[in-house]
Write a protein that binds this ligand. Structure first.
Ligand SMILES: [Zn+2]
Length: 162
């Protein structure tokens, strides 16, 4: 039965990914443990921030203070292998990200990583790149290095001209 739920789109996405994870784990004969699901939930909840490993570890430790870094790392590897997240390097640091095709921006002023507006244009750019590259090329990740004007203008407002 379909009911109007109070969950936000992000919460809904997290729930959907958890369902996919459980399905995949069962399919592959891997154990569905409470720890694994908790780590996955925290990763999915924070993935839009393009977190680094240390940022994820910190978040997980808020819930599970004694979790070992290798446990978190192994779970990240697993999520990536199952196609639920992906990773790419920014300035020598691995950042984790949503797996769906979209355009990422690295701000050269602040070092921040964020998604370009997550809409059909973003997906379209990825598809066009694949066409441009020809053959059976599958674009893994699109990263654009840019000077983000938003930050610039925010700085200007804060510190005045000059
Ligand atoms: Zn992204």
């Amino acid at each position: 039965m379909d009911r109007v739920s109070n969950t936000t789109p992000n919460e809904q996405q997290v729930e959907e990914k958890l369902v996919r994870l459980v399905t995949e784990l069962r399919k592959q004969g891997l154990r569905v443990t409470a720890q694994r699901l908790t780590i996955a939930r925290i990763v999915f909840e924070n993935i839009k921030e393009h977190p680094s490993f240390m940022q994820i570890l910190e978040k997980v430790r808020e819930t599970m203070p004694s979790v070992s870094p290798s446990t978190v790392y192994n779970n990240l590897q697993l999520l990536e292998r199952l196609g639920l997240i992906k990773s790419f390097d920014v300035a020598g640091e691995t950042r984790y990200d949503n797996a769906h095709p979209h355009v990422n921006v690295v701000c050269l002023d602040t070092g921040k990583v964020f998604d370009a507006e997550d809409n059909e244009d973003s997906v379209e750019i990825v598809r066009k790149l694949e066409k441009l590259l020809g053959g059976n090329t599958r674009v893994y990740e699109v990263v654009v290095y840019a000077f983000c004007r938003e930050e610039e203008s925010a700085n200007r407002e804060a510190s005045g001209p000059g």
